[in-house]
Design a binder for this molecule. Structure first.
Ligand SMILES: Nc1nc2c(ncn2[C@@H]2O[C@H](COP(=O)(O)OP(=O)(O)OP(=O)(O)O)[C@@H](O)[C@H]2O)c(=O)[nH]1
Ligand SMILES: [Mg+2]
Length: 461
């Protein structure tokens, strides 16, 4: 499972700035997922040798009042969920008693702590570090989050020892599903329903590392692996017990899944947390099926209005199918499973280069790409760059100038042609070498830097 990294420190040291640097997505266009929720506390970390989960926390203060007390409880949770802690301090301000307080708190957790001195741009690293040796946390890392300096080296250090996770593609074609959602929406009931209510779970396959547990089950002749987050199936009977949902575990499950099933409660509106987790699933490129649960409890005359509201709220994931189900009574669950299988097949689809190119040529014929500075953008051929999510790499020239709307048009053509159901589609461009201009050989899409290419490779499963 992905390692979990928490950013902790007193107020205003740049935790959120660093969080944004570590979780920025700049390497690929998930063509039809515009404007996702930005203001997040949890994200997929993309800087450094392996992907990870990053948690931002509110500033930690010794004598909290009001909202600070809440923030402190949140920080404690983040520390409990994390494998590694980053203690941020302000290189310009020097060591403060508040930093010493934070260091004491973190040391109590017994987890590995790396000291990070932020805002160090233009400063001498040894000079600013001298003060901070008093914390007894070893050699600090001087970085500048706002200038993006030292972040890669920092994460190389923090993530050393974590192996890139090679999700075993050979694992017998079982469909890995993650069932996610807020507390008490009925995830456990649904999981039980999927596993077969009275069935004793015969075997539990421990996942590759640590506490990941894959629960195998079969339905309609297909093999599935349920990625269990925090003992989802064990709590199943105690329906009214308050569930706790670990967002870090949810992100780890999303990462391991082929298909994510997001469970909503038909009685509630779509909360910010739903939208945020859903956005993360799409950003990670996972196929997504939405189950609106407890539909049996909704009066017939209210149903159309609820459907309308949901469609509006989930507008940003237009390709995700909605299923109205009753996990308790089982209605709609068969269709939900059928959608999951179809989504898996779409996410894992093989698209031969010849066919992809023919589809591209046809699309170009229907709507040609626009002119840029008097020259027409040329798109020559396409090949598949990956699966789960389907990644289509298009070669041509002036590809950096392809408008987003045109990319969305192409993504939709591929989606229709290959039944890319419920899954995000990633379109990438490559600018081909121009045989007449040596210096431009092998020039690529400028948005993809060497670092982002390395990260993108590391993430591919
Ligand atoms: N000079 C400089 N300023 C920075 C750097 N990183 C962050 N800042 C600035 O420091 C201020 C605080 O940054 P935040 O990222 O909001 O700090 P925070 O630790 O998340 O703050 P709280 O969440 O309130 O505890 C902002 O004005 C940032 O622009 C840096 O590397 N160099
Ligand atoms: Mg902050």
């Amino acid at each position: 499972m992905l390692p979990v990294i928490a950013l902790v420190g007193r107020p205003n040291v740049g935790k959120s700035t660093l969080f944004n640097v570590l979780t920025a997505t700049r390497d690929a266009i998930v063509a039809d997922v515009p404007g996702l929720t930005r203001d997040r506390q949890y994200g997929f970390g993309r800087v450094g040798p392996v992907p990870c989960v990053v948690i931002d926390t509110g500033g930690l203060v010794e004598y909290p009042s009001g909202i600070e007390a809440q923030m402190r409880a949140q920080t404690e949770r983040a520390v409990a969920e994390a494998d590694r802690l980053l203690l941020l301090a302000d290189a310009r301000a020097g060591l403060s008693p508040q930093d010493q307080f934070v260091a004491r708190e973190l040391r109590r957790s017994g987890k590995p702590v790396t000291l990070v001195l932020n805002k160090a741009e233009g400063l001498d690293a040894d000079m600013v570090s001298a003060d901070f040796h008093a914390l007894g946390l070893g050699q600090p890392f001087a970085i500048s989050a706002s200038h993006g300096q030292g972040c890669e080296e920092l994460m190389e250090h923090v993530l050393a020892g974590f192996e890139p996770q090679e999700v075993a593609e050979a694992d017998t074609g079982a469909i890995r599903i993650a069932v996610i959602g807020r507390p008490n929406v009925g995830k456990s009931t649904l999981v039980n329903r999927l596993l077969g209510e009275e069935r004793v779970i015969a075997s539990e396959e421990p996942g590759t590392t640590r506490d990941s547990i894959l629960v195998p089950f079969e339905r309609d002749g297909r093999a599935f692996l349920l990625i269990d987050t925090a003992g989802l199936r064990r709590r199943a009977r105690v329906e009214d017990a308050v569930e706790r949902v670990s967002i870090a575990k949810t992100l780890q499950a999303i990462d391991e899944a082929h298909v994510v099933i997001l469970v909503l409660d038909a009685h509630d509106t779509v909360a910010e947390q739903d939208a945020s987790v859903l956005g993360l699933a799409l950003e990670r490129g996972r196929a997504l099926v939405i189950a609106v649960n407890k539909w049996d409890g909704i009066l017939a005359e209210q149903r159309a209005e609820i459907q309308r509201q949901l469609a509006l709220k989930l507008d940003f994931a237009p390709f995700a199918p909605l299923h109205f189900i009753s996990a308790r009574h089982g209605s709609g669950v068969g269709e939900l499973v059928a959608s999951t299988v179809r989504a898996y097949e779409a996410a894992m689809r093989s698209m031969p280069t010849k066919e992809l190119t023919r589809t591209l040529e046809h699309a170009l014929g229907v709507h040609q790409p626009p002119l840029v500075r008097g020259r027409r953008i040329k798109l020559r051929y396409a090949h598949q760059g990956g699966r789960n999510p389907p990644r289509i790499v298009i070669h041509g020239n002036q590809t950096a100038s392809v408008p987003d709307a045109y990319t969305r048009y192409l993504a939709n053509v591929f989606r229709k042609t290959y039944d890319l159901f419920a899954t995000p589609v990633v379109i990438e461009y490559r600018t081909d070498a121009n045989p007449y201009a040596k210096e431009r050989r092998a020039q690529r899409e400028p948005r993809r830097t060497a670092g982002s290419r390395r990260r993108a490779r590391g993430r591919r499963s």
